[in-house]
Design a protein around this ligand. Structure first.
Ligand code: ZN
Ligand code: ZN
Length: 416
């Protein structure tokens, strides 16, 4: 195979990342089709994934590339009426492929600030149209009908954001190294390293499931927040079985254990501990106030207008769909790197997510209807946006049904 050799990226580790994605991230089944989305620049990785997918017995591997330059052309030259439209035909096709058993791999790595100079109204209209058109297909992912995986590729534009003081090749080399370390492909046997990591996350989830807390209470600088948990919520972390029976690791990297909050039982105020990079805009120093589960006030030192537009996406956008715990000593947190990418940054810190909940985070979640999930407190929305609220200054107590508190985290680390 012809791979680029002039890249400042360790190709043997890139190949290990491809192998981990196919064997651990997806656990692709014999004969299973695979749909990949990727930025154009990630071609060296998509080719290696195709190699490992076909070696694993894949059916047909289809890669859909996105071109950031073409996206900019749209915002700079597209007619105004076009920003309320989305390629529904494509998403319908993806939905059909999932329904027919295909697996899904997203390779991320676009410039996190790609759209930062564009008209915020056009950006939010385009995002909304896209979210709506993708929802039927996206629900097959959020309901975990199929095995899916997200990994990342160190594009030049992203690397320059993360390491602005370095030369271009050095920035790419550093980002590649950070991605490989966080994705555990720097280990001699990455597949075995993932098995051990998954066992740790499963033990944490089992501990929290045994406690059956009614709520989590977060306290720290600018934060006094009680997150009620959904009735019959279930904690998950690391590998878990999709409804098609395949045990996969959706996020690579992942350090979190997470569950579903009750959409009407969140009270108090919370301050973000890291900036949120949301579809091209950096939203910094978010502070929000909850009442009966709903965000009644939201502000940010930067990007507040974008934040408030996001909150107006739909009814569920002002309610929580996820709460996740990550120790401050996680490798991504210790790297000290702000990736401007949720896949990494959410794994550096405890976080909450606005919007859609995961149905798998309920007891017998796979068999629950939408109405049953809503009745237990699960939230529904076009969006799911994680933002970081943990640090070494945040304490968390688990509150049981009688109101008694048990330390869960102290100074950002597991209390036990
Ligand atoms: Zn999460
Ligand atoms: Zn999330």
């Amino acid at each position: 195979m012809n791979v680029q050799t002039n890249l400042p990226i360790d190709m043997s580790k890139l190949e290990k990342l491809a192998e981990v994605s196919v064997k651990v991230g997806l656990d692709l089944a014999e004969g299973q089709d695979l749909i990949i989305t990727a930025p154009l620049e990630a071609q060296p990785l998509t080719r290696l994934i195709a190699r490992h997918a076909y070696r694993a017995g894949a059916g047909i591997v289809t890669t859909l590339f996105s071109d950031p330059e073409a996206t900019l052309e749209r915002f700079e030259n597209g007619r105004d009426g076009s920003f309320d439209a989305a390629p529904a035909w494509l998403y319908e096709g993806m939905g059909k492929a999932y329904a027919n058993g295909a697996a899904r791999l997203a390779i991320v790595g676009e410039d996190p600030m790609l759209l930062s100079g564009q008209d915020a109204d056009k950006v939010s209209r385009a995002n909304r149209a896209n979210s709506q058109a993708y929802k039927p297909a996206g629900e097959k992912i959020s309901n975990f009908d199929i095995n899916w995986n997200i990994i990342s590729y160190p594009t030049l534009a992203w690397a320059k954001r993360v390491f602005p003081g370095d030369t271009e090749p050095m920035a790419v080399a550093k980002l590649a190294k950070a991605i490989f370390a966080a994705s555990r492909v720097a280990e001699s046997d990455p597949v075995a390293a993932w098995a051990a990591h998954n066992a740790n996350l499963a033990a944490r989830s089992a501990f929290l499931n045994g406690k059956r807390f009614a709520a989590l209470h977060f306290t720290g600088p600018g934060t006094d927040l009680t997150v009620g948990l959904a009735d019959e919520h279930e904690w998950h972390g690391g590998a878990s079985p999709a409804k098609n029976g395949i045990v996969c690791n959706p996020n690579i990297p992942t350090e979190e254990v997470f569950t579903t909050p009750h959409r009407l039982r969140v009270e108090g105020h919370v301050s973000a501990t890291k900036p949120l990079s949301h579809q091209g805009t950096l939203i910094d120093e978010i502070r929000v106030q909850f009442e009966k589960g709903k965000i009644i006030h939201a502000a940010a030192s930067k990007g507040g207008d974008v934040l408030n537009r996001v909150l107006d996406t739909d009814e569920g956008a002002r309610h929580l769909g996820e709460v996740a715990l990550v120790p401050h000593s996680s490798p991504i947190s210790q790297s000290g790197i702000l990736f401007y990418n949720t896949l990494f940054d959410e794994n550096a810190s405890c976080h909450i997510a606005l919007g859609q909940c995961y149905s798998k985070c309920f007891l017998n979640g796979a068999s629950l209807s939408k109405d049953e999930i809503a009745a237990k407190g699960g939230n529904s929305s076009f969006i799911h946006i994680d933002w970081m609220i943990g640090s070494d200054k945040v304490d968390i107590d688990g509150i049981d049904a009688n109101g008694d508190a048990t330390p869960v985290m102290r100074g950002g680390e597991w209390a036990d």
